[in-house]
Design a protein around this ligand. Structure first.
Ligand code: 5GP
Ligand code: ZN
Length: 111
C-alpha cells in the first residue's frame, strides 16, 4: 500500500533495524517505546487488522514468538502482547501489528 508507513518500512523506503525477519514478518523496535522493551511484529503482506489477516499468520507469529522474545531480551518475568484494532481500539497505523511490551510491571486495565 503506497501511503502505509509499515509497507514503506518493509520495502526499505524507510530504514529500520530489524530485530527479526523471515518470509512472513519483520520485527522492529517501536519508535516511541512505552516500556523498556517495545517491539512491533509486522506482517510483510499488508492487511488492515486481525480480522482481515490471512489464515495461518497468527499461528506463524505464535510459533516464532519464543525466538523473537529471546532476540528482544524478554525474560521469564513476562510480557504484554497487544493488538490495537480500529479507532476506538487505539490503532493509529492501519497495517496489522502486534506490540510486545516488557521490562517493567504493567498495570491493568491499560486505560
Ligand atoms: P498502534 O497505535 O497503531 O497500535 O501502534 C502504532 C505504533 O507504531 C506506535 O506505537 C508508534 O509509536 C509506532 N510507529 C509509528 N510510526 C513508526 C515508525 O516510523 N517506525 C517505528 N519503528 N514505529 C513507528
Ligand atoms: Zn501496509
Amino acid at each position: 500500500m503506497t501511503d502505509c508507513i509499515f509497507c514503506k518500512i518493509i520495502a526499505g523506503e524507510i530504514p529500520s533495524k530489524r530485530v527479526y525477519e523471515d518470509d512472513k514478518i519483520i520485527v522492529i523496535n517501536d519508535v516511541a517505546p512505552a516500556a523498556p522493551v517495545h517491539i512491533l511484529i509486522i506482517p510483510k503482506e499488508h492487511t488492515e487488522n486481525i480480522l482481515t489477516a490471512p489464515s495461518g499468520l497468527v499461528l506463524h507469529v505464535q510459533e516464532k514468538l519464543p525466538e523473537i522474545l529471546s532476540l528482544a531480551g524478554v525474560g521469564p518475568a513476562g510480557f504484554r502482547l497487544v493488538i490495537n484494532t480500529g479507532d476506538e481500539g487505539g490503532q493509529t497505523v492501519k497495517h496489522l501489528h502486534f506490540h510486545i511490551l516488557a521490562g517493567k510491571a504493567m498495570g491493568w486495565p491499560p486505560c
